[in-house]
Write a protein that binds this ligand. Sequence first.
Ligand SMILES: *Cc1c(COP(=O)(O)O)cnc(C)c1O
Length: 325
Amino acid sequence: MNWQSIARQPLGFFPTPMHSLPSLSVHLAGPQIYIKRDDLSGLALGGNKVRKLEFLLGEALQQKADCIISAGAAQSNHCRQTAAAAAKLNLPCYLLLGGKAPEHAQGNVLLDKLFGATIVWTGEQRKGEGIAALEAQLKSKGLRPYVVPYGGSDAVGCLGFAAALEELLKQQSDIEEIVFASSSGATQAGLMLAKAYLNSSIQLRGINIDKANHRTQHFSQTIADLANTASEQFSLDSRFSARDVCLDDEYLGEGYAVLGDAEREAIMLLAETEGVLLDPVYTAKAMAGLIARIRQGKYSSQQKVLFWHTGGTPALFAYAKQLLS
Ligand SMILES: *Cc1c(COP(=O)(O)O)cnc(C)c1O
């Protein structure tokens, strides 16, 4: 199968903007820093999942699905974007969210409700452990559910970020390194896939933001597996090993969704120098990683480094207390 033939359902506004961060670059006295604004991808306060969902829901419509299932953490950006996309396509959406129902819906949970999603609270499980059971239950009622996997990360989801690298290189071809938050893997796997078939020399640096990613195997292997599955499924030649995956595990901080000093500093710095908002869970950790690397002198002043803003800003409001303490 050629991936150009996969149906793509328009959901966002692309290309997303790309611009330089001059004040931040001067402040850190390191490389020339650029930013790719997937926080402005258009649908429902934006984010990187819109790219994956264009392909995933394209497939769902092709399969004549009549409802959507997905899963994530309570403040999942992925689930919020899925709920919004499903609303736009007039498909009922079921979300399995980790934790328990909050007293006051805030951030992404508030938005999930505005989009009319049916939420099932799943306690300790935040990675879609209950998807198969819910799918079976809906099928037994005669429905045709389409499962959007955790984080939108499967071979089809990878296509969103393969297309994204092409989009970026048309905007600015002389970026040397891209830094971004990596969590369920298809952002990184998709970028790797496109880098290979475009023969690009760009360096792709994922910042791991989730300690739990190592539970079964190193996350690099998961990303390589994802890229290989996509490559095979869409008849591309590239094959990847864990060693081909550049993933930084040094900036995990206190773990998934825990706001520490480094993350707080990154949020404040971007807000104060550039008027750009980061999110507490993903982009703040990834930016904290980039800031640390610049302070360690990893880049020259001639180099152009791009920070891929993957979205997540609605979660800021759920962290108001921790941010200002
Ligand atoms: C999901 C998400 C990521 C990580 O992307 P993956 O493809 O899951 O690795 C990064 N940032 C934000 C804001 C996200 O919502």
